[in-house]
Design a protein around this ligand. Structure first.
Ligand code: IPM
Ligand code: MN
Length: 358
C-alpha cells in the first residue's frame, strides 16, 4: 500500500521523537512491502516563529491531502507569554477542530517489563492495568466562548463556557461502545452529573446509547470518584468515555500509573479512517536536544496509525512487539530507568526498536 503522512515535528523534543518514529515506520514499510511518503509541515511555536501563526493554512491543506498525520509535541516557555490564540497550543486545538478529530483514544497499559516503573503497589497491579480512555476532543470548555472582562463590581473576571450538544455526546459514546466490543466489553461513562448540566445531558445520552449495546457492561461514574478508583483499583476499568477536560486530566493520571508519561500513545480520529497520532506527553523543553527523550509513545502512536488509519494489523503488531522485545531485553530511556537495566538515549532506543521489526 502507498500512504501519505503529514509530519508535524513541533517544538522541544518533538523533532527527535518524530524522527525515531519515522525510522520505525520506514523499516515497517520495507518489511511489509508498503510505501510511506512524508510531508513535513509547521505547527506550534516553530510555526509562530517562521510564519507568524501557530497553525498555517498550508499545514491544514497538507494534512487534508494526507492519509494521516504524525505529530511530536508543541509548546515551550518561549511562547508562553503570547495571547491565547497565539500560543503553540492554539495550533493543536485548531488542527483537532479543523480536521473534525472528535475521538481521542488514549490506551494505558502496564507492560510487563515495566512493572518496576509503576508507582502503584504490586498487590494493585497484579490485578491488571489495561484500559482505554476515549476522550471527546473538540467540545466542552476547550472550545466554548472565552471571555476576560471587568464585571459590574469592578472585578477582573474570566469565563470559559462548557458546552455540549446531543450529537457530539452520542457519536463519542458510540465510538467507546464499538471499541469496547473489541476489548473486554465494558464501558464506564465519566461525568459530574451531580453538579453540571452538560454532564446530565451526557449521562442521559450515554444511557440511551448503552441501550443499543446490550452485550456491553455499562456504568456511570463521577469524575472525582474515577480519579480515586484509578489508583485504588485500575483493573476495574476497560473503556472510559468522557468529555474533553475530564479526559485530559484522567489520561495524565492513567498514564502515570503505567510507569511513565513517555510510554502512552494516542489517536485522534474523525469519522472514517483519517487520524492524527501523537504521544500524550508534551514537548519537554527542559530535555530537548539532550537525547534523554523517550521516543516510545510516538512510536506506539505510529503503530496506532498503522492499525486505525491504514488497517495494517500485522504491521501494528510488529511495531508493538518490537517495543516489547527491546524493553524485555532491558533497554531503558532515563524516564523509565530502573536497577539492572541499560540506559540508552532517544536515537539508540529508536534504532533498537527499528532493528527488532520483523
Ligand atoms: C493533551 C495536551 C493538550 C490538551 C494541550 C497541550 C493543549 O495536554 O493533548 O492532553 O490539553 O489537550
Ligand atoms: Mn493533557
Amino acid at each position: 500500500m502507498e500512504k501519505k503522512i503529514a509530519l508535524i515535528h513541533g517544538d522541544g523534543i518533538g523533532p527527535e521523537i518524530v524522527d525515531e518514529a519515522v525510522r520505525v515506520l520506514n523499516k515497517t514499510a520495507d518489511t511489509f512491502g508498503h510505501k510511506f511518503a512524508y510531508t513535513p509541515v509547521l505547527m506550534g511555536g516553530i510555526a509562530i516563529d517562521e510564519t507568524g501563526v501557530p497553525l498555517p493554512d498550508e499545514t491544514l491543506k497538507v494534512c487534508r491531502e494526507s492519509d494521516s498525520v504524525l505529530l511530536g509535541a508543541v509548546g515551550g516557555p518561549k511562547w508562553d507569554k503570547g495571547a491565547g490564540n497565539m500560543r503553540p497550543e492554539a495550533g493543536l486545538l485548531g488542527i483537532r477542530s479543523a480536521l473534525g478529530l472528535y475521538a481521542n483514544l488514549r490506551p494505558a497499559k502496564l507492560l510487563a517489563p515495566l512493572a518496576e516503573a509503576c508507582p502503584l503497589k504490586r498487590s494493585i497491579t497484579d490485578k491488571g492495568l489495561d484500559l482505554l480512555i476515549v476522550r471527546e476532543l473538540i467540545g466542552g470548555a476547550y472550545f466554548g466562548e472565552k471571555r476576560t472582562f471587568t464585571d459590574e463590581r469592578g472585578f477582573k473576571t474570566a469565563t470559559d463556557e462548557m458546552k455540549y450538544s446531543d450529537f457530539e455526546i452520542e457519536r463519542i459514546c458510540r465510538t467507546a461502545f464499538e471499541l469496547a466490543k473489541k476489548r473486554r466489553g465494558k464501558v464506564t461513562s465519566v461525568d459530574k452529573a451531580n453538579v453540571l448540566d452538560t454532564s446530565r445531558l451526557w449521562r442521559g445520552i450515554a444511557h440511551k446509547v448503552s441501550g443499543e449495546y446490550p452485550d456491553i457492561d455499562y456504568e456511570d461514574m463521577l469524575v472525582d470518584n474515577t480519579a480515586m478508583q484509578l489508583v485504588r483499583d485500575p483493573s476495574h476499568f476497560d473503556v472510559i468515555v468522557t468529555e474533553n477536560l475530564f479526559g485530559d486530566i484522567l489520561s495524565d493520571e492513567a498514564s502515570m500509573i503505567t510507569g511513565s508519561l513517555g510510554m502512552i500513545p494516542s489517536a485522534s480520529l474523525a469519522d472514517g479512517a483519517f487520524g492524527l497520532y501523537e504521544p500524550v506527553h508534551g514537548s519537554a523543553p527542559d530535555i530537548a536536544g539532550t537525547g534523554k527523550a523517550n521516543p516510545i509513545a510516538t512510536i506506539l502512536s505510529a503503530a496506532m496509525m498503522l492499525r486505525f488509519s491504514f488497517g495494517m494489523q500485522a504491521e501494528a503488531d510488529a511495531v508493538e512487539s518490537a517495543v516489547n522485545k527491546v524493553l524485555e531485553a532491558g533497554y531503558r530511556t532515563a524516564d523509565i530507568m530502573s536497577e539492572g537495566c541499560r540506559l540508552v538515549d532517544c536515537k539508540d532506543m529508536g534504532g533498537l526498536i527499528t532493528d527488532n521489526i520483523a
